[in-house]
Design a protein. Structure first.
Ligand code: KIV
Length: 295
């Protein structure tokens, strides 16, 4: 087996920054973003060349098995952000602020936002909501922390929406999202996630803003795209949103590998010779003699 580290096969890349995001928007170069929650996944996508990694609070659903993102805590997020930042050295790392970590007061939000950068190696934070978040965003940005906004289907408001439903399908709600997008840009957000809104609306908003929009379920017209990695790898078995393209079916692949292992353990096919530690015959003979002489 080759012992060459996999990382040597990948050229070193320059670090993606918020400035890179701006430049990509200016040059009409699409921005790629994926979620990650652990070291090996972050390492693999960083080496593959993804522009940005979001440690999303989708963690709660796709890794921790909760029904929605509401139970996720700051401790959960920081733990997983630390693992991701050990694996990814080039992508812009965005930590997602969990439910109740930024809603109580701008000061509490700033304290929690700071922890993502100071303790967990993130480069920026993301939070959900529109005009009700402006004071919070201004305060966090004024402390030098880049903020990514999130409009449309904001999963922390799942109960208010009555389920995970597309947003902005009425002229009035589309107008509200457009207004919020302008307000978030003015408050200092460096970028904006648009989730589950009509493609036409996302394209229009993207054309009106100077900051890049990152779409999920929002069509081709955004400045970049993000997917939940466990959805695009087919690792999350409960449901797949309509807008997800599956690039692999790892749930089935895991089942196959686990099944094969169980079969080989039961048939004693595993471990084979090459998985076994050897001992010199003379050492073994000496061992047996010493055991016998102790009897
Ligand atoms: O938590 C998350 O993964 C997200 C993406 C869906 C944008 O917020």
């Amino acid at each position: 087996m080759s012992t060459t580290p996999v990382s040597s096969a990948f050229p070193k890349r320059k670090k993606t920054t918020t400035y890179t995001f701006q430049q990509k928007k200016k040059k009409h170069q699409p921005i790629s973003m994926l979620t990650a929650y652990d070291y090996p996944t972050a390492l693999a996508m960083d080496q593959a060349g993804v522009d940005s990694i979001l440690v999303g609070d989708s963690l709660g659903m796709v890794v921790l098995g909760y029904e929605n993102t509401l139970p996720v805590t700051m401790d959960d997020m920081l733990h997983h952000c630390k693992a991701v930042s050990r694996g990814a050295k080039s992508a812009l790392l965005v930590g997602d602020m969990p439910f109740m970590s930024y809603q109580l007061s701008p000061q509490e939000a700033l304290k929690n936002a700071g922890r993502f950068l100071q303790e967990a190696g993130m480069d920026a934070i993301k939070l959900e909501g529109g005009k009700e978040r402006l004071d919070t965003i201004r305060l966090i940005v004024s402390a030098g922390i880049p903020v990514m906004g999130h409009l449309g289907l904001t999963p922390q408001s799942v109960h208010q929406f009555g389920g995970f439903r597309a947003q902005g399908k009425l002229a009035s709600t589309a107008q509200q999202i457009l207004e919020d997008a302008h307000l978030l840009q003015k408050a200092g957000c460096f970028s904006l996630v648009l989730e589950s809104i009509p493609a036409k609306l996302a394209e229009y908003i993207s054309s009106q803003l100077d900051i890049p929009t990152i779409g999920i379920g929002a069509g081709k017209g955004c400045d970049g795209q993000v997917l939940v990695t466990h959805d695009m790898l087919g690792l999350f078995d409960r449901f797949t949103p309509r807008f997800v393209k599956k690039y692999a079916n790892l749930h089935n692949e895991l089942g196959r590998a686990f099944g094969e292992y169980i079969k080989e353990v039961e048939s004693r096919e595993f471990p084979a010779q090459e998985h076994t530690v050897e001992m010199k015959e003379e050492e073994w003979d000496t061992f047996l003699e010493s055991v016998k002489s102790d009897e």
